[in-house]
Each structure stands twice: as C-alpha cells, then as structure tokens.
Design a protein around this ligand. Sequence first.
Ligand code: PH2
Ligand code: MG
Ligand code: MG
Length: 157
Amino acid sequence: VTAAYLGLGSNLGDRAALLAAAVEALDSPTHALRVSARSSVHETSPVGGPTGQPDFLNQVIAVETTLTPEELLARCLEVEASLGRAREREERWGPRAIDIDVLLYGDAVVRSETLTLPHPRLHERAFALAPLCEIAPDVVVPGRGSARELLRALVAG
Ligand code: PH2
Ligand code: MG
Ligand code: MG
C-alpha cells in the first residue's frame, strides 16, 4: 500500500459539491483506494489561464492505494469525467468543473508520456502546498524538501 496525495480544484458550477462528490467517489475499496485524510477547502485566486476566470476551491486529500501511479492517474481522470468534466472543450489552465491531480505518490519520481511525479508545479503553487501542509507538513517532495519548507520558501518570496 502506498500513500499518495491528490490535489482537487474546481472553479465552475457548484464548486463545494463537486469537491465533496470527488472525495466520495475516490474513497472506494472497489477501486483499491481509501481516503485517509482531507484538508479543509481553500478559496484561491486563479493562477495562470485566461484573465477573469472565477476563483477556485482547492483541497488536498491523502489516499492509500495499491494502484500503480498510472492506474491512480487513470482513476482520477475517470472520476473527473464522471462528474461532468469536458476536457475537450477546455483551454490550458482555463476554468474547469473538477480537476484531480496526482501530487505525490510515496517517494516515487516518474517521468512518462502521461505522468510526471512529483507534480511538476507543486513546489511553486500555494493553492496546493497550503492544503497539503494542513494534513502532511512533513511529507517530502522528492528532490525538493518538505511541504512545510516549500510553503515557507514560497511565502517568503
Ligand atoms: N489549477 C490550475 C491552474 N490554476 N489556480 C488555482 N487557484 N487553483 C487551481 O487548482 C488551479 C489554478 C491548473 O490545473
Ligand atoms: Mg491541475
Ligand atoms: Mg489535472
């Protein structure tokens, strides 16, 4: 069993309900996944993407899973689709009903066509690091340091 961390974001529709439904869907022994911790929900200003897009709700959850990293990613994309995300109509970093990103998978470092771990922008994104620090301040982002150190560095500018 591996501990992984997922970043959830929504800035379209009923954002809070979408986050809750995503957590609910992910917490599924049938899919070899258990949600073991959840951060509070943070309202954050959009980073990147088109100007004027709505504010996000962001949350980070810890999961325990026997899925491989690629299988975990596939499950996240499946849950996004089940909640109505229409990826094909989106622009990069544009508004979305639900985004579920694999931030960390144990201490794995992965660079494949489809998946990069740790998440390539985790260390520079307060909207992911702040909720991560609520549930796992000491978790290590491979090659970069603990979540707490990274958030502190980011806030210090
Ligand atoms: N996700 C993005 C791009 N920008 N900004 C905020 N505040 N929250 C997000 O989840 C987010 C973003 C790409 O997935
Ligand atoms: Mg994302
Ligand atoms: Mg994503």
